[in-house]
Write a protein that binds this ligand. Structure first.
Ligand code: FAD
Length: 402
């Protein structure tokens, strides 16, 4: 009896998305799988979550989970309906990665080690019949119904091609050459440079759970909440990441900055609270009163900037100075002139989702061509969402290939 012809699958990019595709697609013994990566596979997993690997987020309703993606929300509805947070945790448990959820719903391995997660995935890959080629892909072509993956050393012929080269790999270029529209790549989840440099020496200071209103060219763009970190060039931390993601496609610059207004006190009724506090502490220096509400270094800077002597007895504070304090503490303004390039956690943009089938991850333009992970025009906020995108789209792609 003639043996059944194997289907050869070439996966360009052995990051989280490509590896998930390989793991599940190899469950079909008729699939012959090759991963081609220019570096050691899953190397990109090592720095995730500051080395702890925030591998998922504790939202188990997929209709809610999609809301954490500035791009890809609609597309992911179908994807997450088949493979979501619970499936991710079940998979990792099966390969020996026990997980736990933090108070903020971010999910990590119990070992708190991304290398541990990587090693467990590598063990799984070794057990399955998956070939790994460590070479840089330079091009792809289609000839007689087969894909040719080109590296410096060889041409590799495959029946099915999966492109999972991440946000900054060669994937978008390959996809474009194969006829796909590419949404321009922009940095997302990044630190932001601000016009105001007078907070330079507060670098490293974090203020928790702040609320910010963001406008551009006098129009409100978004409202976001999160921890703010002052840096030597501007701001960073969760609040900055969210703002950068939601404003990824705004052409802000020194001439046309993004305007951010932050309530540093976290209080809606700060004026009332301050009046009461002054009444009870009329002999205290004003700095010693207001430093209850925001970090002392920042409070002092704001007072000095507004020409208010920090040593003024609070009972003697003029009404107009009190008004200035309230305004500056609750509507603290920063002008964002640029993103801090090269340090982004993910990229916005990528392969246009209108040209990919969310039920299979197959191209709607070229048969047997698939995309998964960050190469697609999908990006989430910080919290485990970007890896979830990789696990889920990788799984869907593999299921179609099975
Ligand atoms: C510092 C940092 C921390 C992060 N932490 C988290 C976190 O805790 N949780 C979370 O959800 N997300 C996190 N992310 C985002 C997450 O890591 C990415 O979204 C995810 O790695 C994307 O996976 P991917 O498989 O699509 O692509 P990648 O992980 O980028 O993998 C792509 C692979 O393709 C290969 N490749 C590219 N071009 C070529 C070529 N020409 N030839 C051959 N191979 C090629 C690359 O070598 C790479 O191995 C973090 C990102 C960074 C940078």
């Amino acid at each position: 009896m003639k043996s059944k012809q194997k289907s050869k699958i070439g996966i360009i990019g052995g990051g989280p998305a490509g590896i998930f595709t390989a793991v599940f697609a190899s469950e079909n013994p008729d699939n012959e799988i090759l991963i081609i990566d220019k570096q050691d596979i899953l190397k990109t997993l090592i720095p995730t979550g500051g080395g702890r690997c925030n591998l998922a987020y504790g939202e188990f309703d997929f209709r809610e989970l999609v809301k954490y993606y500035p791009r890809g929300e609609k597309f992911l509805l179908s994807v997450f309906s088949k493979f979501s947070t619970a499936d991710t945790l079940e998979f990792f448990e099966k390969i020996g990665v026990k997980t736990y959820m933090q108070e903020d719903f971010r999910i990590f391995p119990e070992s708190n080690s991304s290398s541990d997660v990587r090693n467990k995935l590598l063990d799984k890959i070794k057990k399955q019949n998956i070939k790994i080629i460590k070479e840089e892909v330079t091009d792809t072509e289609i000839k007689n119904g087969k894909f040719i993956i080109k590296t410096k050393n060889r041409d590799i012929f495959v029946d099915n091609l999966v492109i999972s080269t991440g946000g900054r790999g060669i994937g978008q270029k390959l996809a474009k050459k194969l006829g796909h529209n590419i949404i321009p790549i922009k940095p997302a989840l990044c630190a932001l440079k601000t016009e105001e440099m007078d907070f330079y020496d507060l670098s490293g200071m974090t203020i928790k759970n702040l609320f910010a209103e963001v406008s551009f060219e006098n129009k409100k763009v978004t409202e976001q909440e999160g921890d703010l970190l002052f840096t030597h060039f501007g701001i960073s931390g969760p609040l900055s990441y969210k703002i950068s993601s939601y404003c990824a496609y705004m052409n802000f610059s020194k001439a046309k900055p993004l305007n951010i207004k932050i309530n540093l006190t976290n209080l809606k009724n700060f004026e009332e609270v301050l009046i009461e506090s002054i009444k009870t502490n009329p002999q205290k220096d004003i700095l010693n009163v207001v430093d209850t509400y925001i970090p002392r270094g920042l409070a002092e800077k704001i007072l000095l900037k507004n020409k208010i002597n920090p040593k003024t007895k609070s009972g003697q504070l003029k009404k107009e100075d009190r008004k200035k304090i309230v305004k500056n503490f609750t509507e603290f303004k920063m002008n964002v002139t640029a993103v801090k390039n090269g340090e982004e956690i993910v990229t916005a943009g990528g392969v246009d989702l209108n040209e990919v089938n969310p039920k299979t991850m197959e191209s709607k333009i070229i048969k047997n061509l698939y995309f998964c992970g960050e190469v697609l025009d999908i990006d989430g906020l910080t919290g485990g969402f970007n890896l979830q995108n990789c696990w889920s789209t990788g799984y869907i792609c593999a299921t179609a290939l099975k």
